[in-house]
Design a protein around this ligand. Structure first.
Ligand code: ATP
Ligand code: MG
Length: 669
């Protein structure tokens, strides 16, 4: 029976159709955020199957996260169920590189490695610590984490232990110890893993062994190539050399490969990923079909314009790849930019605005708060809990479930139970001393993971300080009790709540409303991208941070709110500056808002009458909400005294109403 091919091409523009229907063979879709790359890959799979070019079992689709893989399978099942695609399209394997490799390795292992039993190494730190010990390197927790991260990078970059010193000598790279020491730890780590009766494989080994099996064993390779013949990769800009090697081994010289990506969304360079393979695709496969998409179907023109502005400032290698996105959706509200005095105020206001979105019918699952580092999530988890708004934390546990926080809590509990400590030292000093062995060093460590844990511990310390500032003087016992009650009063994560996620974990996803929070120098761009004081930052690291900002902006369909706070804690020193990425955006934003809306910004209220205060209040909230500018209220002296007489203190009440910035009360006449 001929299948209704037309249905599969429904809702695709001409370029997307060209990509979907391109013949088997190398195909590259190079396009910006929200242009339908993922939709195109999914439809292409369905099309290739429905048109009889391949069977569903011959297709292997690779995506970046297991969630993305799951989503692709869901979309394929939907296409099958609706009758638009062949019923078998829903059976296609869509996996991450790791999941696909693990499955293949399980199957091929006996033929490649014989009787040797193997096991996945899911806790690698003890092995790295042992390796560091053998290499006479430092073995404190943060060094161990840094070594582990560096080994991961080296493996993903296909750098063997013996080559490591020579390779890093040619790179401008922060490394946790002298190159020879790292190389020794790396080498020992490998030999400890494979030295016992059971062979331990870490995540990178899954890929290395898969590639090795296909490269070295002709029988295995032949069987594999009989089985799979069509490969598709989403988010190809973030492929590592190791993943590329697996892909090459899968292909074994064949070229039925579809890749889609956006070089401007390269955000995993620190793991060894590089957009080189995407950008060189048409050079590698000279007969490749190249399709570019420029229509943005995800976001309102206002969001698209902001995204274009931000990525338009990019410099360096990828800048040449700039593609202007053209928004296709009807206009929506202007992106909001809001500055707060401190982080708790920022979080509280975000929760308040989410409350109004929910009240006006936006489902919680269509709202996300995105941040740069996981440690930022704590204050938002608290604010949402206080506001009774359900949430889920994506790509990580909630703050109190993180392993370093679980450890820190039990260390604090243990210390509280010993009575030789709760007496002389001030509480913050005590807390810091207890957290020190867990990785709360005075200075942040260099490795990404170690730093993330460090930031979490600092966030816990901050929370302790905040609790202490709230009321009666505390001792360690009561502090721990309060922390525990906070931990347990947190709402349990729910599946369709508001999403809290890091920018990295938000890749490829979309929401109706997105709150990008904490957009300050030192957070986005992150502190370690800033380099020496006054240096302007490390250029490549700054560019990656800019791309992260771009990824964040382009997650929003309609509502986009960008905010930052000048100080960390309530009443704290205003030591933070808005992110440099706002420099070009903010003046523009302010100018357009002011030009468009100026006439409506002030209102003269000649007389005081019944309900005036309520009316003013509504007007003030409306103006602030609509225009994103401070609202001015101009009174006659008589009115002002009337208000003051009727509602003592109402002047300051009006001024302090939440909204964008404070209102100004002025007299006239
Ligand atoms: P990212 O770079 O963020 O991964 P993407 O290019 O993969 O984005 P998709 O997620 O495939 O983009 O699509 C973005 C949104 O636009 C989705 O909601 C998708 O359903 C919708 N979309 C894609 N193409 C079209 C189209 N031709 N008509 C209408 N909507 C479309
Ligand atoms: Mg996508």
């Amino acid at each position: 029976a001929t299948l209704p091919q037309d249905d599969l091409l429904d809702g695709l523009d001409p370029e997307q159709r060209a990509a979907v229907t391109a013949p088997l063979g190398p195909l590259c879709v190079l396009a910006g955020a929200g242009t339908g790359k993922t939709r195109t890959v999914t439809r292409r799979i369905a099309h290739l199957i429905s048109a009889g070019h391949v069977s569903s079992g011959q297709v292997l689709a690779v995506t970046f996260t297991s969630r993305a893989a799951g989503e692709m399978r869901t979309r394929l099942r939907e296409l099958s169920a609706s009758g638009a695609a062949d019923p078998t399209a829903g059976l296609v394997q869509a996996r991450t590189f790791h999941a696909a490799s693990m499955r293949q390795l399980r199957y091929f292992w006996p033929r490649v490695m014989g009787e040797m039993p193997w096991q996945l190494l899911d806790r690698k730190f003890p092995v790295v610590r042992q390796a560091a010990q053998r290499s006479r390197a430092t073995t404190d927790p943060e060094s161990v984490r840094d070594f582990a991260a560096e080994i991961e990078w080296a493996k993903a970059s296909l750098i063997a232990p013996e080559d490591y010193p020579a390779v890093v000598a040619g790179l401008d790279r922060q490394i946790p110890a002298p190159p020879e020491v790292v190389a020794a730890v790396y080498e020992n780590y490998e030999s400890i893993k494979s030295g016992g009766e059971t062979m331990y494989l870490d995540f990178d080994d899954l890929l290395l062994f898969t590639a090795g099996a296909l490269e070295d064993n002709a029988v295995v390779a032949e069987e594999f190539r009989d089985r799979y013949r069509c490969f598709l990769v989403d988010e190809y800009q973030d492929v590592t050399p190791l993943q590329q090697r697996v892909l090459d081994a899968w292909l074994g010289g064949r070229d039925d490969l579809t890749v889609v990506g956006d070089a401007n969304q390269t955000i995993y360079s620190f793991t060894g990923a590089s957009p080189r393979h995407l950008l060189d695709f048409t050079r590698t496969y000279t007969d490749a079909t190249l399709v570019r998409l420029v229509r943005d179907y995800r976001s309102t023109p206002q969001v698209v314009e902001l995204a274009n502005t931000v990525i338009g400032q990019a410099s360096g290698r990828i800048a040449g790849m700039r593609l202007e996105l053209i928004g296709q959706r009807p206009p929506g509200p202007a992106p909001q930019f809001t500055e707060f005095d401190d982080e708790p105020a920022e979080a509280k206001d975000v929760a308040r605005r989410i409350g109004s979105l929910l009240a006006s019918g936006t489902p919680a699952s269509e709202i996300a708060i995105l941040f740069r580092i996981n440690a930022q999530s704590e204050v938002y988890e608290q604010a949402l809990t206080d506001a009774g708004i359900p949430f889920q934390v994506r790509g990580g546990e909630g703050f109190f479930q993180r392993s370093e926080i679980v450890q820190a809590m039990s260390a604090l509990r243990a210390a509280a139970e010993r009575d030789d400590l709760p007496e002389d030292a001030p509480l913050p000093t005590l807390v810091r001393a207890i957290l020190a062995p867990l990785g709360r060093t005075p200075q942040p460590p260099t490795g990404q993971q170690a730093r993330a844990k460090w930031e979490s511990l600092v966030a816990l310390e901050r929370l302790a300080e905040e609790i202490q500032g709230l009321g009666e003087p505390l001792n360690l016992v009561t502090l721990v009790r309060e922390l525990q009650s906070r931990a347990s009063s947190r709402q349990p994560p729910v599946v369709d709540g508001v999403t809290l996620a890091s920018l990295h974990a938000a890749k490829g996803l979309e929401w109706d409303a997105v709150f990008l929070v904490g957009i300050t120098e030192g957070t986005l761009p992150i502190s370690h991208a800033l380099g020496e004081r006054g240096s302007g930052g490390l250029p490549e690291a700054i560019e990656e941070e800019r791309r992260l900002f771009y990824v964040g902006i382009t997650r929003a369909r309609v509502h986009l709110a960008i905010s930052w706070a000048l100080s960390r804690s309530e009443g704290g020193r205003r030591s933070r500056k808005p992110s440099r990425f706002l420099d070009t955006v903010l003046p523009q934003q302010r100018a357009t808002t002011a030009a468009k809306k100026r006439p409506a910004r002030s209102v003269k209220v000649p007389e005081m009458d019944e309900g005036l205060f309520a009316a003013l209040k509504d007007w003030r909230l409306e103006t602030a909400k609509e225009q994103g500018v401070p609202a001015f209220v101009v009174f006659t002296d008589a009115t002002l005294s009337a208000i003051a007489a009727e509602r003592p203190g109402s002047e300051s009440e009006l001024v302090a109403l939440p909204g964008i910035g404070p209102a100004k009360l002025e007299r006239y006449g």
